[in-house]
Design a protein around this ligand. Structure first.
Ligand code: ATP
Ligand code: MG
Length: 360
């Protein structure tokens, strides 16, 4: 009998509650095919409903409760009619990120079969890389202030904070990831021609880290030309590592180059496993289609695959993606409307599960 993985399941709001069950179905199928146990529990906080009842997004004691789990499987949070986005986000996901030290934001950028890329002429295989974003410091510090407020000398300052520990640990993660992949190629996002203190420091730490990874090919691009190359030459990239702000931009641009937002997954990862990591689709609660049963479940299912990979169930993770790719390759009515088909969330989720069972 294989390992037992403890999973906290938080569906959240809107289509989160519709796609999470499809993710769970594939996780259960993976557990029985690959002989491991899933011990999961659902929590209904981090949602607008919970906020309406309690006036807060999370209960007292959430940290100890969730900290007992190996991972958090998350749907989506946000319902702007009921709770302002800054409250729902700050009150839930950003608390998890901070308290569970999820300093890696990981987003695969991979064009799947059957999906039309907005980049003309691109085939699956042309676009297959990862964006690794630093998730805790950098440009998003709260350090700064305002002086001469209300006068014509009004001035605001916000500092970028880069610590050696913070920079080195994200670079180490990205280099390890690059080393594990066939191309062994790492691209660093910089802007040391314009930002004269922090970005040269980032470059210097990249060079220092590269000394430990002789087999990884390293290059760097300034963020402006890098964004252009995401669109013009996505085939150049393998692992792209970036500071918090640059990573934020790249991790929206990347998935946008691979078709519908409904398929893109993400991980907020504490690589040392000292705290639980969180896996969720890139999309939000999508109030415009919530309740219709037509949300694309692939982003959630792919997030399940990333979670399995993080938990060490590498073969199961790969088998989930094979099933996804097989179903998408057939295409047609099996797909949800955002991919041009007529399927529902449930029928597509069910098709992936059946394919998984046929394959394994
Ligand atoms: P955020 O929650 O990050 O603020 P948002 O609320 O602006 O994002 P999303 O909820 O991600 O946006 O939705 C953006 C658009 O994409 C909407 O039109 C939504 O219907 C569509 N969309 C998002 N996720 C899916 C999905 N899984 N399937 C189909 N369409 C989706
Ligand atoms: Mg939203």
């Amino acid at each position: 009998m294989g390992a037992t993985h403890r999973i906290a399941v938080i569906p959240g709001d809107g289509i989160g509650t519709e796609v999470v069950p499809e993710g769970l179905r594939i996780l259960e199928a993976a557990a029985s095919a690959f002989d491991f146990q899933l011990d999961y529990e659902q929590f209904h906080y981090a949602s607008a409903d919970y906020y309406t009842k309690t006036g807060t997004m999370l209960p007292d004691g959430w940290f100890d409760q969730l900290n007992r789990f190996d991972s958090i499987f998350f749907g989506a949070v946000g319902w702007p009619d009921v709770v302002p986005d800054h409250i729902s986000l700050w009150g839930s996901l950003l608390q998890f990120r901070r308290h569970f030290d999820q300093y890696v934001s990981l987003r695969p950028v991979k064009l799947l079969p059957g999906i039309t890329s907005p980049l003309a002429g691109r085939e699956p295989g042309d676009v297959d890389f990862y964006v690794v974003r630093e998730n805790t410091e950098g440009e998003y510090s709260s350090i700064g202030g305002k002086i001469f407020e209300g006068t014509d000398r009004e001035t605001v300052i916000q500092e970028t904070v880069m610590t050696r520990t913070g920079v080195d640990r994200i670079l180490k993660y990205a280099f390890d990831l690059a080393q594990s992949r066939p191309k062994k190629h790492l691209t660093s996002a910089t802007k040391s021609n314009g930002i004269s203190i922090s970005m040269p420091y980032w470059d210097q730490r990249v060079e220092a880290m590269a000394q430990n990874f002789a087999d990884v090919a390293v290059d760097k691009y300034h963020i402006d030309i890098l964004t252009a190359n995401f669109v013009l030459h996505p085939d150049w990239f393998d692992v792209v590592v970036a500071s918090n702000l640059f990573g934020d931009i790249l991790s929206d641009l990347g998935p946008a180059c691979t078709g519908t937002i409904g398929v893109a997954p993400s991980g907020n990862i504490n690589p040392e496993r000292k705290f639980p990591s969180l896996f969720e689709p890139v999309h939000g609660s999508a109030p415009d289609i919530a309740g219709k049963g037509i949300a694309n479940p692939i982003g959630q299912i792919w997030s399940a695959s990333m979670m399995l990979e993080h938990l060490g169930e590498t073969e199961a993770a790969a088998a989930v993606m094979t099933a996804v790719e097989d179903v998408l390759a057939v295409g047609g009515d099996t797909l949800t409307p955002d991919m041009g088909g007529t399927a529902t969330t449930k029928t597509l989720g069910e098709a992936v599960r059946r394919q998984f069972e046929t394959n394994t």
